[in-house]
Design a protein. Structure first.
Length: 551
């Protein structure tokens, strides 16, 4: 098992899409970058290309949100293998994830739910972290989460539980200072005491982020600058854990890169001025979790199932039995936070995937439909960006008299799918002019894997282009006969175009296993279906120019 050298790489930022071009255009005053692992567990496309270009100039750490190390249902080994493949590809500083669970099989709820601080929870986490490290062949870095509920089964403070798990699993700690502060306000503990209870030799990285206040509690939202109280707690952390890599997370309301770099400079200044002396509170010995009451895995499974059922339910009359209802943030209110966050997150994902549908329908109707879809379609994918494939069918069945809705949604979803599909070289006109067409004509398979053929019933293309250009949207209308679309990716850019029925049929037959252009052409010729040579030549020229034929 490998582990990164303990030399701190300095001060970093989370790599986010709005800043890609800044990092590609010129060197930035940032020592390293952190990526969201799950955003790059894709086959290819522009995101991976950008990451590899940036990785050539900056050290990169991988930070995941979907390992679900605390799940009583066990680990997803196939998911871990994908993480391992990405790590081999980009050679990160380290790989991190959270001390939490994210759902109950088969559903993945895409939130970071806390654990009961019990002996059985600790044993399960230690076993899972060790298993994950064995699969990844590297030491994991584990982050403390912000939380909005406590459990009746907890028998130790969070920091004692966290320290015990980190030591027993022989992993490292990603200390999220903002999460410590958020939880301290929500649950009424001393954040400095939390920091003092952590094993300093295990702290690999520090996270800083912003939060939002709401009705007496705090939510970790990553949409504000770092708060003064968190800066003060960071100063304490720098005294306790000197020379630890620090980065700032910003995931919403993302400002210009220069603004975040200025905020990062504040972190540098605090770290530089922090004393390396022990914190005034004094470091206390941690309690041993060996005295914790026995807490069976079946009981943990029941608690997680009850929380998941509550999150998925529409009736909020009763909180899960294992949740502690006392505290500064009572359990019932805390569960409502998770309940709301689940729906808000998935609605945001659907709005991003179906942006033109939302513009066409209007925000209010789209949100109403999104909520109805979410209630009946809990996610099962660990990649949040893949949620919503069934929304196309949902719109079709909900509005059978408005087929333009499902047509438009199908086009949007397909464009999204091809965006990060597998990277495969394509035949180009230049290739053909240089090498001749013979090899291309006999090759099988021949179609680029990104190519999808769609059947549409309405004037969807006119609607899509009007929305895209912010022009008056034409009235929806049915076509005289079903139309055909080709959707594919040329380079890193998705494209689509309409096809004549004959061309669409020819391409469709090229999707059959073993089919090559010459064999399909011969079959069409034998059946008297082959178009004239000029038409076939125009098809081929267009396919080479569009790069829809794989090399």
């Amino acid at each position: 098992m490998t582990s990164a050298p303990m030399t701190a790489p300095g001060f970093g930022l989370g790599l986010r899409t709005p800043h890609y071009q800044d990092f590609l255009a010129s060197p930035q005053r940032v020592d390293w970058l952190e990526i969201i692992t799950d955003n790059f567990l894709v086959d290819g496309g522009k995101p991976m290309s950008v990451l590899e270009r940036i990785r050539a100039d900056y050290p990169v750490a991988m930070h995941g949100v979907a390992m679900s190390l605390g799940s009583a249902c066990g680990l997803d080994r196939e998911y871990l293998k994908k993480v391992k493949q990405l790590a081999r590809r980009i050679e990160p500083l380290w790989v991190s994830d959270h001390l939490c669970w994210t759902g109950v099989f088969p559903n993945v709820l895409h939130d970071l739910y806390p654990m009961p601080y019990s002996e059985e929870s600790a044993r399960l986490l230690v076993a899972h972290i060790r298993q994950a490290q064995d699969i990844l062949e590297r030491r994991l870095v584990i982050e403390n989460v912000s939380s909005y509920i406590r459990f009746s089964a907890s028998v130790h403070p969070e920091w004692e539980f966290l320290a015990h798990v980190i030591e027993e699993a022989d992993c490292e700690l990603l200390l999220d200072v903002n999460n410590v502060y958020v939880s301290s306000v929500n649950h009424g503990f001393c954040p400095e005491k939390y920091l003092n209870g952590l094993p300093s030799a295990r702290v690999r990285q520090i996270h800083l982020a912003g939060h939002s206040r709401s009705d007496g509690h705090i939510i970790d939202t990553h949409d504000h600058p770092v708060a003064p109280e968190v800066w003060a707690l960071y100063s304490t952390a720098c005294r306790l854990f000197p020379d630890v890599a620090t980065m700032i997370e910003r995931d919403d309301d993302i400002p210009p890169l220069s603004t975040l770099i200025a905020e990062l400079d504040q972190a540098r200044a605090i770290a530089d001025s922090a004393s390396t002396a022990a914190d005034p509170i004094g470091i206390k010995e941690r309690g041993s979790t060996a005295t914790a009451a026995v807490f069976l895995r079946d009981e943990l499974r029941i608690i997680q199932s009850e929380i998941a059922e509550y999150v998925l339910a529409t009736d909020l009359a009763r909180s899960p039995p294992g949740v502690d209802l006392t505290g500064p943030l009572p359990g019932k209110r805390g569960m409502r936070i998770y309940h709301h966050a689940y729906r808000a997150r998935l609605t945001e994902v659907l709005a991003d995937s179906y942006a033109k549908c939302q513009l066409y329908m209007g925000t209010e109707l789209f949100k109403e439909l999104a909520c109805r879809y979410i209630e009946g379609a809990p996610p099962t994918q660990r990649n949040l960006g893949r949620y919503g494939a069934g929304f196309v069918h949902f719109l079709g069945s909900s509005y059978p008299d408005n087929p333009e809705l499902s047509d438009l949604a199908q086009l949007e979803w397909t464009l999204r799918e091809v965006f990060d599909g597998v990277d495969v070289a394509a035949w180009t006109l230049t290739d053909i002019q240089r090498d001749g067409a013979e090899t291309c004509l006999v090759q099988a398979p021949i179609l680029h894997p990104s190519l999808a053929l769609l059947s549409i019933q309405t004037n969807t293309i006119a609607i899509w282009h009007a929305i895209d250009a912010d022009l008056a949207v034409p009235e929806a209308g049915r076509l005289g006969q079903p139309g055909m679309l080709a959707v594919w990716r040329k380079g890193f850019q998705p494209y689509f175009k309409t096809l004549e029925q004959a061309e669409a049929q020819f391409l469709s037959e090229l999707q059959i296993e073993g089919a090559a252009i010459n064999t399909v052409a011969q079959a069409w010729s034998d059946a008297g279906r082959l178009p004239d040579p000029t038409t076939l030549a125009l098809w081929l020229a267009a396919w080479w120019d569009d790069e829809i034929l794989r090399r």
